[in-house]
Ligand binder design. Structure first.
Ligand code: ADP
Ligand code: ZN
Length: 360
């Protein structure tokens, strides 16, 4: 088999395959679950149109059914889980059925959560088709749906059987979706991999020109950071927290805008800049390092500031972050490029100053 394999250490370890093809998944599955088993593909309509045939081509020795879920974050709901359950029953699914989550973060979270619940749990494979899912959400075993009271409020740590990444699916991905993954890649670089940051800087032009060869390397390196942090800390007691860099600020912005008119990547981009200013004020980052981050994000067209926001509203929203502990905001700050720390003593006044640096 072509491609690269990295193993995630976990209570239930699993492999991440990078640079494999959709057509070859069947061959691998035959060795893991045996031939003839029932497979349930969960995907979006447009992804089905683009990639379902290629995937199915490699699965002639399985019984394959497909569940199509409409586009959109609002699909990550208990109502949708209930509908998937009815459809799965109609297809004769049982505990031995294996779910194939073909898509981005929404599909991975939803199909993974469905797999974790259906008949007390069935196996599933993550097949990410967005850069964000490849480098971030497909790795780590977090699955969830949203609730009116908050995003990802209902979920679990439920590791997949494997992650199966075919980079060629990126060729049809809209640029805006690519930016969501690039923001997470810059995050990985800043918290854990200086080399990756230099790589992204060096190849910024080719990344924008969408050279496929480059995405293979970028995505492999970026996934490797995620695999490493998750392997060291599956349930987020320590180092996995670093992955939250830019997200406490970013989530507040996304929430303030009711998830309209701002993408996750844009929120994280501005959030990383705000957190980096706070880090600079604490002497953890030099001015040159702050500028380095800002310039890189800007070069991709990711925003580094935002207009007309009330910082106090954003601070209040940060107070509702799931990661907070005993009423204290928990923040991840970069320490130079390539390292990070978790701080639990950030004062609202310094958070306010950080917000003011990114509100124009
Ligand atoms: P996320 O939560 O990561 O944004 P989604 O599953 O909602 O993930 O996918 C984001 C959007 O990109 C959806 O509109 C989806 O249909 C589309 N999409 C995902 N992968 C591809 C791809 N490889 N090519 C084209 N469009 C894609
Ligand atoms: Zn993110």
């Amino acid at each position: 088999m072509q491609g690269q394999r990295i193993d995630v250490a976990s209570e239930k370890p699993y492999p991440v395959f990078l640079g494999v093809t959709l057509e070859n998944l069947g061959e691998y599955l035959a060795t893991r679950i045996g031939m003839g088993e029932h497979l349930l593909v969960v995907t979006h309509p447009n992804i089905a149109e683009l990639y379902l045939d290629s995937l199915k081509k490699g699965l002639p020795s399985f019984r394959v059914d497909t569940l199509i879920v409409p586009q959109g974050e609002e699909e990550k709901s208990l109502e949708r889980i209930s509908e998937l359950t009815s459809a799965a029953i109609a297809y004769g699914a049982d505990r031995k059925t294996v779910v194939l989550a073909l898509g981005g973060g929404v599909i991975g979270d939803l199909a993974g959560f469905f797999a974790s619940m259906f008949m007390r749990g069935m196996r599933y494979v993550q097949i990410p088709t967005t850069l964000l899912a490849m480098v971030d959400s497909s790795i780590g075993g977090k699955v969830a749906v949203n609730h009116p009271a908050g995003k990802n409020l209902l979920g679990d740590f439920y590791p997949p059987l494997a992650v199966w990444t075919d980079f060629s699916t990126l060729e049809t991905l809209p640029w805006e979706e690519m930016l969501n993954g690039l923001a997470e890649t810059v995050k990985h670089a800043v918290i854990a991999d200086e080399e990756l940051l230099s790589f992204v800087e060096r190849h910024a032009q080719d990344i924008k020109a969408r050279k496929p060869e480059l995405y293979k390397e970028l995505a492999s390196r970026s996934s490797a950071v995620k695999v490493k942090l998750v392997s060291e800390d599956e349930t987020e007691q320590g180092k996995r927290m670093f992955l939250n860099f830019g997200h406490s600020f970013g989530h507040a912005l996304e929430a303030e805008m009711a998830y309209q008119g701002i993408t996750h990547g844009q929120g994280v981009s501005i959030g990383m800049v705000a957190a980096t200013h706070l880090a600079q004020e604490r002497g953890l980052m030099s001015n040159a390092e702050v500028q380095r981050l800002i310039n890189l994000l800007k070069s991709f067209g990711l925003p580094v500031s935002i207009k007309g926001k009330n910082p106090q509203t954003l601070i209040d929203l940060m107070g509702a972050d799931k990661k907070n502990y005993q009423g204290q905001k928990v923040l991840v700050l970069p320490k130079g490029i390539g390292q990070a720390i978790v701080v639990r003593d950030a004062k609202d006044e310094e958070i306010m100053r950080a917000w003011k640096k990114v509100i124009k």
